[in-house]
Write a protein that binds this ligand. Structure first.
Ligand code: BV8
Length: 249
């Protein structure tokens, strides 16, 4: 399918509230220098399985090791800048308020920094912290009680701080996955950008949109596990194809 044909689909979808749903994955931030999730397992982390590091079990087994992995990734997110793909989405959102619902699997903040404030964040926020478990002595540990460390812990009860992301084996925030499924059912067009389609339940959203009559277009330089859910595959990168698809509409 040509760029012009997809632009026509976007033009029609943009005419109604929620007409365009955009689902992004780690490939969206690759051109901002943030390794994709699978690539994030390169370098010193290459010998670890993501599910081992990005899980409560992995954190409880080796809190300092997992905390350091997140600290390194947080540094990368803070140093990164939104790329042309993020900016194209932010500019489109400004030109067509209400037409686009952005659903992201990403835990970075690049979509917000490119001007898309109210998006659906399926997997949480890498820059946020939360307590690992309930407080042993009070209704909740106070953030001011956190004693510096790797990871910080509650001075009062020893509870550990953990990154505010959704780990493998953890439920997604119900409000987020419900809103994402509603957006998939309502949209006329879903653009799926930079995801391998390997992680569920996010990977089910393109099929949900397709089953409810939407056109589904995948933007990815490589094949993904959900290519079968799309009518159209655009082989290319987010920073190249999103401006070509959205600018000027
Ligand atoms: C849950 C936060 C209930 C942490 C993340 C059904 C079937 C099978 C398994 C399951 C299932 N349901 C649940 C599971 C288990 C599991 C799962 O999906 N496992 C997979 C591995 C098989 N899911 C869960 O545990 C979820 N919870 O369902 O709870 C439950 C629990 C247990 C069992 C049953 C039910 C929670 C999942 C959330 C995990 N947390 N992130 C952190 O970041 O540290 S997910 C993590 O992986 C990232 O957030 C990221 O989003 C995701 C990886 O996916 P992608 O975004 O697609 O990234 P990836 O690197 O894989 O691909 C990048 C793509 O970009 C590639 O295609 C590449 O070609 C492309 N690309 C590269 N460069 C560019 C580009 N594209 C465009 N432009 C470029 N320049």
């Amino acid at each position: 399918m040509s760029i012009e044909t997809v632009r026509r689909l976007i033009r029609v979808a943009a005419d109604e509230p929620g007409g365009l749903a955009v689902l992004t994955g780690a490939g969206m931030s690759a051109e901002s220098g943030i390794p994709t999730f699978r690539d994030a397992m390169t370098g010193m982390w290459s010998k670890f399985d993501p599910a081992e590091l990005a899980s409560e079990q992995g954190f409880r087994a080796r809190p300092q090791h997992v905390w350091d992995w997140y600290a390194e990734r947080r540094e990368g997110v803070r140093a990164a800048l939104p790329n042309a793909g993020h900016r194209a989405l932010g500019d489109f959102h400004r030109r067509h308020p209400g037409s686009m619902v952005l659903i992201t699997q990403n835990v970075d903040n690049l979509h917000q920094r490119a001007g898309v404030p109210g998006m659906i964040r399926l997997h949480g926020d890498i820059l946020a912290d939360r307590w690992l478990g309930p407080c042993a002595r009070h209704p909740a540990c106070s953030p001011t009680e956190a004693v510096a460390g790797r990871p910080p812990r509650c001075a009062d009860c020893g509870n550990l701080l953990r990154p505010g992301v959704v780990w493998f084996g953890e439920m997604l925030p119900p409000a987020a996955i419900d809103a994402a499924e509603l957006a998939a059912r309502r949209c006329r067009l879903m653009l799926v950008v930079g995801t391998s389609g390997a992680v569920w339940p996010a990977a089910g959203l393109a099929g949900e949109a397709r089953r409810h009559g939407a056109s589904v277009v995948i933007v990815n330089p490589e094949a993904s596990e959900i290519d079968g859910d799309a009518q159209h595959l655009l082989r290319g990168t987010a920073a190249t194809l999103l401006p070509a698809l959205l600018d000027g509409l």
